[in-house]
Design a protein around this ligand. Structure first.
Ligand code: ATP
Ligand code: MG
Length: 364
Protein backbone atom coordinates (compact mmCIF):
# COMPACT_ATOMS: atom_id res chain seq x y z
CA UNK A 1 0.00 0.00 0.00
CA UNK A 2 1.38 3.34 -1.00
CA UNK A 3 0.65 6.13 1.40
CA UNK A 4 1.49 9.76 1.05
CA UNK A 5 2.04 11.22 4.46
CA UNK A 6 1.90 14.94 4.95
CA UNK A 7 5.16 16.10 6.49
CA UNK A 8 5.11 17.29 10.07
CA UNK A 9 5.94 21.00 9.89
CA UNK A 10 7.77 22.38 12.89
CA UNK A 11 8.50 26.05 13.57
CA UNK A 12 11.75 26.22 15.55
CA UNK A 13 11.83 29.20 17.91
CA UNK A 14 14.97 29.04 20.11
CA UNK A 15 14.35 32.36 21.93
CA UNK A 16 17.02 33.56 24.37
CA UNK A 17 19.81 32.39 26.64
CA UNK A 18 20.18 28.64 26.97
CA UNK A 19 17.16 28.21 24.66
CA UNK A 20 19.56 28.97 21.82
CA UNK A 21 22.11 26.49 23.18
CA UNK A 22 19.86 23.49 23.76
CA UNK A 23 17.66 23.86 20.67
CA UNK A 24 20.20 22.46 18.13
CA UNK A 25 20.36 19.19 20.08
CA UNK A 26 16.59 18.97 20.25
CA UNK A 27 16.37 19.38 16.49
CA UNK A 28 19.20 16.92 15.85
CA UNK A 29 17.63 14.23 17.99
CA UNK A 30 14.28 14.72 16.24
CA UNK A 31 15.95 14.59 12.82
CA UNK A 32 17.79 11.43 13.71
CA UNK A 33 14.82 9.57 15.16
CA UNK A 34 12.66 10.72 12.23
CA UNK A 35 15.18 9.35 9.78
CA UNK A 36 15.22 6.01 11.54
CA UNK A 37 11.43 5.75 11.65
CA UNK A 38 10.91 7.37 8.23
CA UNK A 39 8.82 10.21 9.55
CA UNK A 40 8.64 13.12 7.12
CA UNK A 41 9.47 16.16 9.19
CA UNK A 42 10.40 19.72 8.22
CA UNK A 43 11.95 22.44 10.34
CA UNK A 44 12.05 26.17 9.80
CA UNK A 45 13.76 28.52 12.27
CA UNK A 46 12.66 31.94 13.47
CA UNK A 47 14.49 34.59 15.47
CA UNK A 48 11.37 36.22 16.94
CA UNK A 49 10.03 35.74 20.45
CA UNK A 50 13.42 36.75 21.78
CA UNK A 51 14.82 39.78 23.53
CA UNK A 52 17.34 40.33 20.74
CA UNK A 53 14.41 40.61 18.32
CA UNK A 54 12.70 42.98 20.74
CA UNK A 55 15.73 45.25 20.86
CA UNK A 56 15.82 45.46 17.07
CA UNK A 57 12.09 45.84 16.41
CA UNK A 58 10.53 47.17 19.61
CA UNK A 59 8.25 44.14 19.81
CA UNK A 60 8.69 40.47 20.65
CA UNK A 61 6.90 39.34 17.48
CA UNK A 62 6.54 40.60 13.90
CA UNK A 63 3.07 41.82 12.87
CA UNK A 64 2.41 38.70 10.75
CA UNK A 65 3.53 36.18 13.38
CA UNK A 66 0.16 34.51 13.55
CA UNK A 67 -0.16 33.76 9.83
CA UNK A 68 3.47 32.66 9.83
CA UNK A 69 3.07 30.14 12.64
CA UNK A 70 -0.32 28.94 11.41
CA UNK A 71 1.53 27.26 8.54
CA UNK A 72 3.03 24.83 11.06
CA UNK A 73 1.72 21.89 13.04
CA UNK A 74 3.75 22.82 16.08
CA UNK A 75 6.07 25.37 17.59
CA UNK A 76 9.24 23.95 19.10
CA UNK A 77 10.18 26.60 21.62
CA UNK A 78 13.42 27.11 23.56
CA UNK A 79 13.13 29.70 26.31
CA UNK A 80 12.61 33.41 26.44
CA UNK A 81 13.85 36.18 28.71
CA UNK A 82 16.85 38.40 29.36
CA UNK A 83 15.66 40.25 32.45
CA UNK A 84 18.59 42.70 32.31
CA UNK A 85 17.49 43.89 28.87
CA UNK A 86 13.71 43.49 28.81
CA UNK A 87 11.32 43.23 31.78
CA UNK A 88 9.91 39.72 32.22
CA UNK A 89 6.27 40.77 31.80
CA UNK A 90 6.94 42.24 28.35
CA UNK A 91 8.83 39.11 27.39
CA UNK A 92 6.15 36.70 28.53
CA UNK A 93 3.03 38.61 27.50
CA UNK A 94 4.66 39.46 24.19
CA UNK A 95 5.43 35.88 23.24
CA UNK A 96 4.47 32.71 25.11
CA UNK A 97 1.25 33.98 26.64
CA UNK A 98 0.21 35.45 23.30
CA UNK A 99 0.73 32.06 21.63
CA UNK A 100 -1.22 30.33 24.37
CA UNK A 101 -4.16 32.68 24.05
CA UNK A 102 -4.30 33.24 20.29
CA UNK A 103 -3.72 29.57 19.51
CA UNK A 104 -6.21 28.47 22.16
CA UNK A 105 -3.70 26.10 23.73
CA UNK A 106 -6.07 25.10 26.45
CA UNK A 107 -4.09 22.14 27.73
CA UNK A 108 -0.80 22.34 29.53
CA UNK A 109 0.66 18.88 29.79
CA UNK A 110 3.69 17.78 31.79
CA UNK A 111 5.04 14.35 32.59
CA UNK A 112 6.08 13.65 36.12
CA UNK A 113 8.35 10.70 35.67
CA UNK A 114 11.33 9.63 37.69
CA UNK A 115 14.09 8.70 35.25
CA UNK A 116 16.86 6.21 35.97
CA UNK A 117 20.14 7.81 37.03
CA UNK A 118 18.45 10.96 38.26
CA UNK A 119 18.65 11.46 42.01
CA UNK A 120 15.17 11.87 43.45
CA UNK A 121 14.68 14.49 46.13
CA UNK A 122 12.08 12.19 47.70
CA UNK A 123 13.69 9.55 49.88
CA UNK A 124 13.56 5.92 48.82
CA UNK A 125 12.09 6.38 45.33
CA UNK A 126 13.57 4.75 42.29
CA UNK A 127 12.94 4.97 38.57
CA UNK A 128 9.55 3.54 37.69
CA UNK A 129 8.01 4.47 41.06
CA UNK A 130 6.79 7.84 39.81
CA UNK A 131 5.16 8.03 36.41
CA UNK A 132 2.17 10.26 35.90
CA UNK A 133 0.87 13.16 33.85
CA UNK A 134 -0.29 16.56 35.00
CA UNK A 135 -3.01 18.19 32.92
CA UNK A 136 -3.58 21.88 33.61
CA UNK A 137 -6.41 24.04 32.30
CA UNK A 138 -4.59 26.80 30.49
CA UNK A 139 -7.08 29.50 29.44
CA UNK A 140 -9.56 30.44 32.18
CA UNK A 141 -10.17 29.77 35.87
CA UNK A 142 -8.40 31.78 38.52
CA UNK A 143 -6.17 33.68 36.09
CA UNK A 144 -8.81 36.14 34.95
CA UNK A 145 -7.99 39.83 34.98
CA UNK A 146 -11.47 40.61 36.18
CA UNK A 147 -11.84 42.39 39.46
CA UNK A 148 -11.08 45.70 41.01
CA UNK A 149 -10.04 47.86 43.91
CA UNK A 150 -12.03 50.30 45.98
CA UNK A 151 -11.16 52.67 48.81
CA UNK A 152 -7.57 52.60 47.64
CA UNK A 153 -5.10 54.09 50.09
CA UNK A 154 -7.56 54.02 53.01
CA UNK A 155 -8.17 51.61 55.87
CA UNK A 156 -11.13 50.26 53.93
CA UNK A 157 -8.95 49.29 50.95
CA UNK A 158 -10.61 46.28 49.31
CA UNK A 159 -9.62 44.13 46.33
CA UNK A 160 -11.56 41.50 44.43
CA UNK A 161 -10.56 39.11 41.65
CA UNK A 162 -12.93 36.76 39.94
CA UNK A 163 -12.53 33.12 38.85
CA UNK A 164 -14.11 32.16 35.58
CA UNK A 165 -15.25 28.65 34.79
CA UNK A 166 -17.29 27.95 31.70
CA UNK A 167 -18.89 24.62 30.94
CA UNK A 168 -17.06 24.50 27.61
CA UNK A 169 -13.75 25.40 29.23
CA UNK A 170 -14.01 22.90 32.07
CA UNK A 171 -15.41 20.08 29.96
CA UNK A 172 -12.74 20.31 27.28
CA UNK A 173 -9.84 19.99 29.70
CA UNK A 174 -11.60 17.15 31.53
CA UNK A 175 -12.27 15.35 28.25
CA UNK A 176 -8.57 15.55 27.37
CA UNK A 177 -7.58 14.26 30.81
CA UNK A 178 -10.09 11.40 30.74
CA UNK A 179 -8.94 10.40 27.25
CA UNK A 180 -5.35 10.41 28.45
CA UNK A 181 -6.26 8.30 31.50
CA UNK A 182 -8.14 5.87 29.27
CA UNK A 183 -5.03 5.40 27.12
CA UNK A 184 -2.92 4.32 30.08
CA UNK A 185 -2.70 0.88 31.69
CA UNK A 186 -3.88 2.03 35.12
CA UNK A 187 -6.70 4.22 33.74
CA UNK A 188 -6.76 6.39 36.80
CA UNK A 189 -7.73 10.04 37.00
CA UNK A 190 -7.24 12.32 39.99
CA UNK A 191 -8.97 15.68 40.10
CA UNK A 192 -7.58 18.58 42.13
CA UNK A 193 -10.26 20.49 43.99
CA UNK A 194 -10.95 22.67 47.00
CA UNK A 195 -14.70 22.57 47.17
CA UNK A 196 -14.67 22.73 50.96
CA UNK A 197 -13.22 26.24 50.83
CA UNK A 198 -14.00 27.69 47.43
CA UNK A 199 -17.72 27.31 47.51
CA UNK A 200 -18.97 28.08 44.01
CA UNK A 201 -16.42 27.40 41.30
CA UNK A 202 -14.82 24.30 42.81
CA UNK A 203 -18.10 22.44 43.46
CA UNK A 204 -18.92 23.28 39.85
CA UNK A 205 -15.61 21.77 38.74
CA UNK A 206 -16.40 18.65 40.81
CA UNK A 207 -19.86 18.35 39.27
CA UNK A 208 -18.39 18.44 35.75
CA UNK A 209 -15.87 15.75 36.76
CA UNK A 210 -18.76 13.56 37.97
CA UNK A 211 -20.68 14.22 34.78
CA UNK A 212 -17.71 13.40 32.55
CA UNK A 213 -16.92 10.27 34.58
CA UNK A 214 -20.25 8.78 33.44
CA UNK A 215 -18.91 8.78 29.88
CA UNK A 216 -15.72 7.00 30.94
CA UNK A 217 -16.91 4.06 33.06
CA UNK A 218 -13.54 2.34 32.47
CA UNK A 219 -11.61 5.17 34.16
CA UNK A 220 -11.13 5.16 37.95
CA UNK A 221 -11.78 8.64 39.24
CA UNK A 222 -10.89 10.20 42.55
CA UNK A 223 -10.50 13.73 43.85
CA UNK A 224 -8.37 15.37 46.50
CA UNK A 225 -8.36 18.83 47.97
CA UNK A 226 -5.35 20.72 46.73
CA UNK A 227 -3.71 20.95 50.18
CA UNK A 228 -3.63 17.20 50.81
CA UNK A 229 -2.93 16.57 47.13
CA UNK A 230 0.35 18.50 47.31
CA UNK A 231 1.28 16.46 50.39
CA UNK A 232 0.56 13.25 48.47
CA UNK A 233 2.78 14.40 45.60
CA UNK A 234 5.65 14.27 48.07
CA UNK A 235 4.59 11.33 50.24
CA UNK A 236 2.72 8.99 47.89
CA UNK A 237 3.59 9.99 44.30
CA UNK A 238 3.23 6.37 43.20
CA UNK A 239 -0.59 6.51 43.47
CA UNK A 240 -1.02 8.94 40.57
CA UNK A 241 -1.61 8.25 36.91
CA UNK A 242 -3.24 11.36 35.43
CA UNK A 243 -3.87 14.44 37.57
CA UNK A 244 -6.11 17.23 36.29
CA UNK A 245 -6.45 20.71 37.75
CA UNK A 246 -7.75 24.20 37.13
CA UNK A 247 -5.39 26.91 35.92
CA UNK A 248 -4.09 27.84 39.39
CA UNK A 249 -4.01 24.35 40.91
CA UNK A 250 -2.54 22.92 37.72
CA UNK A 251 0.11 25.62 37.70
CA UNK A 252 1.21 24.77 41.22
CA UNK A 253 1.12 21.01 40.67
CA UNK A 254 2.99 21.22 37.38
CA UNK A 255 5.94 22.87 39.09
CA UNK A 256 5.80 20.66 42.15
CA UNK A 257 5.61 17.44 40.12
CA UNK A 258 8.77 17.88 38.07
CA UNK A 259 10.57 19.23 41.16
CA UNK A 260 9.82 15.89 42.86
CA UNK A 261 11.53 14.02 40.05
CA UNK A 262 14.86 15.78 39.78
CA UNK A 263 16.59 18.66 38.09
CA UNK A 264 14.68 21.37 36.23
CA UNK A 265 16.99 20.85 33.26
CA UNK A 266 15.29 17.62 32.16
CA UNK A 267 11.57 18.39 32.43
CA UNK A 268 9.43 19.06 29.33
CA UNK A 269 6.10 20.79 28.88
CA UNK A 270 3.49 21.13 26.16
CA UNK A 271 0.80 23.72 25.49
CA UNK A 272 -1.69 21.91 23.36
CA UNK A 273 -4.59 22.82 21.13
CA UNK A 274 -5.97 19.27 20.88
CA UNK A 275 -8.35 20.07 18.05
CA UNK A 276 -5.38 20.85 15.80
CA UNK A 277 -7.04 24.02 14.61
CA UNK A 278 -3.97 25.92 15.80
CA UNK A 279 -0.36 24.85 16.34
CA UNK A 280 0.61 23.39 19.72
CA UNK A 281 3.79 24.40 21.50
CA UNK A 282 6.45 22.14 23.01
CA UNK A 283 9.15 23.52 25.29
CA UNK A 284 11.41 22.64 28.20
CA UNK A 285 10.10 23.62 31.65
CA UNK A 286 13.19 25.68 32.39
CA UNK A 287 13.66 29.32 31.43
CA UNK A 288 16.50 31.07 29.66
CA UNK A 289 18.77 30.66 32.72
CA UNK A 290 20.82 33.87 32.32
CA UNK A 291 23.17 32.69 35.08
CA UNK A 292 24.58 29.86 32.97
CA UNK A 293 23.85 31.17 29.45
CA UNK A 294 26.85 31.23 27.14
CA UNK A 295 28.77 28.61 29.09
CA UNK A 296 27.72 25.61 27.04
CA UNK A 297 26.72 23.65 30.14
CA UNK A 298 22.91 23.79 29.97
CA UNK A 299 21.23 20.41 30.21
CA UNK A 300 19.62 19.71 26.80
CA UNK A 301 17.38 16.86 28.01
CA UNK A 302 14.34 19.08 28.73
CA UNK A 303 14.48 20.36 25.16
CA UNK A 304 14.95 16.88 23.69
CA UNK A 305 12.18 15.39 25.85
CA UNK A 306 9.85 18.21 24.71
CA UNK A 307 10.54 17.05 21.16
CA UNK A 308 9.70 13.51 22.25
CA UNK A 309 6.33 14.76 23.56
CA UNK A 310 5.73 16.36 20.17
CA UNK A 311 6.26 13.08 18.31
CA UNK A 312 3.95 11.37 20.77
CA UNK A 313 1.29 14.05 20.39
CA UNK A 314 1.23 13.62 16.62
CA UNK A 315 0.85 9.86 16.92
CA UNK A 316 4.41 8.80 16.09
CA UNK A 317 4.39 6.51 19.09
CA UNK A 318 7.15 4.15 18.02
CA UNK A 319 9.60 6.96 17.35
CA UNK A 320 8.56 8.72 20.56
CA UNK A 321 9.11 5.53 22.58
CA UNK A 322 12.54 5.05 21.02
CA UNK A 323 13.59 8.61 21.82
CA UNK A 324 12.36 8.27 25.41
CA UNK A 325 14.33 5.03 25.76
CA UNK A 326 17.43 6.76 24.39
CA UNK A 327 17.07 9.55 26.97
CA UNK A 328 16.55 6.97 29.73
CA UNK A 329 19.56 4.90 28.74
CA UNK A 330 21.87 7.91 28.66
CA UNK A 331 20.56 9.13 32.04
CA UNK A 332 20.81 5.63 33.52
CA UNK A 333 24.53 5.52 32.65
CA UNK A 334 25.03 9.13 33.84
CA UNK A 335 28.70 9.07 32.81
CA UNK A 336 30.52 11.88 34.56
CA UNK A 337 32.22 13.01 31.37
CA UNK A 338 28.88 13.14 29.54
CA UNK A 339 26.22 14.58 31.85
CA UNK A 340 26.01 18.28 32.63
CA UNK A 341 27.02 19.94 35.94
CA UNK A 342 23.40 20.24 37.14
CA UNK A 343 23.42 16.42 37.24
CA UNK A 344 26.79 16.29 38.95
CA UNK A 345 28.73 15.69 35.76
CA UNK A 346 31.57 17.42 33.97
CA UNK A 347 30.03 17.21 30.53
CA UNK A 348 28.42 19.89 28.40
CA UNK A 349 25.30 20.57 26.39
CA UNK A 350 27.17 19.09 23.45
CA UNK A 351 28.37 15.87 25.11
CA UNK A 352 24.95 15.12 26.58
CA UNK A 353 22.99 16.11 23.47
CA UNK A 354 25.22 14.04 21.21
CA UNK A 355 25.06 11.07 23.59
CA UNK A 356 21.27 10.95 23.23
CA UNK A 357 21.56 11.26 19.46
CA UNK A 358 24.09 8.38 19.36
CA UNK A 359 21.84 6.30 21.59
CA UNK A 360 18.92 6.79 19.18
CA UNK A 361 21.08 5.42 16.38
CA UNK A 362 22.37 2.55 18.52
CA UNK A 363 18.83 1.50 19.40
CA UNK A 364 17.73 1.18 15.80
P1 ATP B 1 11.39 31.48 34.17
O1 ATP B 1 12.15 31.84 32.93
O2 ATP B 1 10.35 30.43 33.97
O3 ATP B 1 10.98 32.67 34.97
P2 ATP B 1 13.64 31.33 35.83
O4 ATP B 1 14.30 32.35 34.99
O5 ATP B 1 13.25 31.68 37.22
O6 ATP B 1 12.41 30.71 35.07
P3 ATP B 1 15.32 29.26 34.90
O7 ATP B 1 15.79 30.10 33.79
O8 ATP B 1 14.59 28.03 34.55
O9 ATP B 1 14.48 30.04 35.96
O10 ATP B 1 16.53 28.88 35.85
C1 ATP B 1 16.37 28.50 37.20
C2 ATP B 1 17.67 27.87 37.70
O11 ATP B 1 17.82 26.56 37.14
C3 ATP B 1 18.91 28.66 37.29
O12 ATP B 1 19.87 28.63 38.32
C4 ATP B 1 19.41 27.90 36.09
O13 ATP B 1 20.77 28.01 35.90
C5 ATP B 1 18.98 26.47 36.36
N1 ATP B 1 18.67 25.80 35.08
C6 ATP B 1 17.57 26.03 34.33
N2 ATP B 1 17.58 25.28 33.23
C7 ATP B 1 18.72 24.56 33.25
C8 ATP B 1 19.30 23.60 32.37
N3 ATP B 1 18.74 23.26 31.20
N4 ATP B 1 20.49 23.07 32.71
C9 ATP B 1 21.07 23.40 33.87
N5 ATP B 1 20.57 24.30 34.75
C10 ATP B 1 19.42 24.89 34.46
MG1 MG C 1 13.44 33.61 33.65
Amino acid sequence: VQMTVKPLKIAVVPGDGIGIEVMPYGVRCLETVSKVFKIPIQFESFDFASCVFYQKHGDMLPPDWKETLMRFDAVYFGAVGMPDLVPDDITLWGSLLKFRREFDQYINLRPCRLMPGVPCPLAGRKAGDIDFWIVRENTEGEYSSIGGKIFEGTDRETVVQETIMTRTGVDRVLRYAFDLARSRPRKRLTSATKSNGISITMPYWDSRVNEMAKKYPDVNVDKYHIDILTAHFVQRPDIFDVVVGSNLFGDILSDLGPACTGTIGIAPSANINPDGQFPSLFEPVHGSAPDIAGKGIANPIGMIWAGQMMLHHFGYTEAADALLRAIENVLARSEVSIVTPDMGGQGSTKTLGEAVEREVMALS
